[in-house]
Design a protein around this ligand. Sequence first.
Ligand code: PEP
Ligand code: MG
Length: 771
Amino acid sequence: NREITTRLAEENTEKAKFWWDCYRRLIQMYSEVVLGVSASAFDQILTNWKARDGVKNDSELSVKTLQSIVHDFEASVQAHGKTFPQDPWAQLTAAIEAVFRSWNTDRAIHYRKLNNIPEDWGTAVTVQSMVFGNLNENSATGVVFTRNPSTGENKIYGEYLLNAQGEDVVAGIRTPKDIQNLKKDLAKSCKQLVLVLEKLEKHFGEVQDVEFTIEDGRLFILQTRTAKRTAAATIEHFLQFVKEKKLKPERALQKIEYEQVKQLLHPTLKVTEQKPMARGLPASPGAVAGKAVFDPESAVIISRSGQKVILVRRDTSPEDIMGMAVSEGILTSTGGMTSHAAVVGRGMGKSCVVGCTEISVNETLKRASANGQSFSEGDWITLNGSTGEVYLGELPTAPVTWGKTAQMVFSWADKIAKIPVYANADTPEQARLAIELGAKGIGLCRTEHMFFDKERIKKFRLMILSENEVDRKKAAESLRTFQREDFVGIFKAMKNLSVCVRLLDPPLHEFLPKSENKEEIQILTGELKISESKLLLRIQQLHETNPMLGHRGSRLGITFPEIYEMQVRALAESLYRSIADKNPVVLKIMLPVIFSELELKVLLLNLKKAFYEQLNELTKDRPNLLKACEKAVKWGTMIELPRACIVSKKIAPLVDFFSFGTNDLTQTTLGISRDDASKFIPDYREQGILSVDPFETLDQDGVGKLIELSVTEGRKANPNLDIGICGEHGGDPESVQFFRKLGFDSVSCSPFRVPMARLAVARAELDGLKF
Ligand code: PEP
Ligand code: MG
């Protein structure tokens, strides 16, 4: 307080300047933090006095000027209707209360939400005695990391200021010096600091972020904590620690955060002050910026001119695929974590924000708005697919890193894991990416995704719109070459690994042209050689009220057998070609949306007949090849309906494997449409009814119980039954641990989530163990 400052300054005139500087700092910081007086009031006073005295730094101010500044500071606090208390105890208690109050600021609440910090933890207050980096030129203060938090380099990294307090470093009033210069300025303290840093890092087994002060040549450590680093730096540091024998690989694997694994693969946003315009579901990670476009055609045209675009839609369908493929990212105002946009976006590795209900999208006017802000076609927007945030403008991003270090660290995980991680991949490119990211096979190849291409979708529509068997067979056959080429490409990429191909599962509505799209209707009438009215009638006939529960999955195989037959014939041809080329792939053929053993029996009977007929014909004079092909094929079913779980003991003896389709199983067990979930799940989470989105993390109490029943009954009826999962939960760490506990033989997820799943399957083995 003023009295103590005056006395101390009088007793030791040499230090008078120092004591007055301390007092003005106390008034300034206390008034800002405790009394809520804005910082700018004090900054202005300080700047004015420095200008009047013609000095650059605070440390050059005279005692007299500092006394005047204190006077002006006190007056300024008064002018704000506040009082700076002179009783030190009153100061202390109010300061403690201010720290407790800070727990409930908007910023703190938001931070807790982002980092999953429970509301009821509360904060603690530490009261420390003060040391003074602003005592003289033999004093300093700074922040130092034991290793580089940005690049990962094993070299101390930080900044300091001579004759200053910590606030000066943060406030940026003076430019701090690189820590490498400390040796020249304060050699003895620097040597000591380096020793302490080594000790702290060893003690905590983590790279540390340390605040220090040197008071008249004596070093004090104010605070140390685990350093916040880029994902790349963190991984690099784990590798260094393991090499230095400071950490066991098992412990390193336990320490890696899943969030950081996500960041390793995608560009991230540089730290920004800008507030997001809206927030949706973080469907596919990565930070991207581009010009907003509102339809796939514009996306293609604009991107062709070399410009980056972000496709903004209410929702997406296969018609949008070309637009999605050329976009940097995808933003939809509806849909959940397993909606078309989310699944396809993730598969393509596109940054994707879905279910952003705050934004209203007007596709006709090519304009979107939310929270009083808006953008139109051509305006720059930035998506952060890792957080679901949408920003106006082009925000700077940090580049992607998935190099040798990550490969090394993840190879430790593979050694510990007991089950392989497969990838959901539909094209040879995705298959290659999956391998690069460590997948040991393909757990789900969604064949309907192979028809998104403009030429193919036309033929595909011909097939589903055909009115009779002959036309349908002809249309299906025209797709066989494409199918064969794709399969061969995928098998080649996967070499001797296994590939699970799922026969068509298109909710038909996703593939039908919209009757109002006149241009497409016209093209189709030409191709189908029928009148427009007849075509519109056919579209109307195929229209379904509830397509997700409609004519999809194996039901298509029952009513239109020629479609599945074409697919298995193409598979037989591809397998034959692959094995003949000494590419010993393992082929798994899988049926979707099965609910009964009879349904499965009928299908398997027809399909096996067609498959082996084709194979026999191809290997007529090569019995060894036939044998090798027969050995390389397995037949299985997806389990994605509650009834399929319940009758598993009847289904299991008919197949070699089960693969749980937890997207549909969640949809049908909870009775929540996966495409509409985002409209109300956030409210359920807000009100604490659901702690997580069940389409993201498996509902173990409900869906999990059905899976458990299915596994137990299925294995009892068929002890050789191979069990896997290919729903999106296959990439969710918590769900993966659950599947492993149930004795699954593999998990499968989108390529970009493979590293995370690799870590999760390894962690499942390390669960509860100390290293
Ligand atoms: C599933 O339902 O979990 C699944 C993998 O199939 P899809 O997402 O293609 O319906
Ligand atoms: Mg499904």
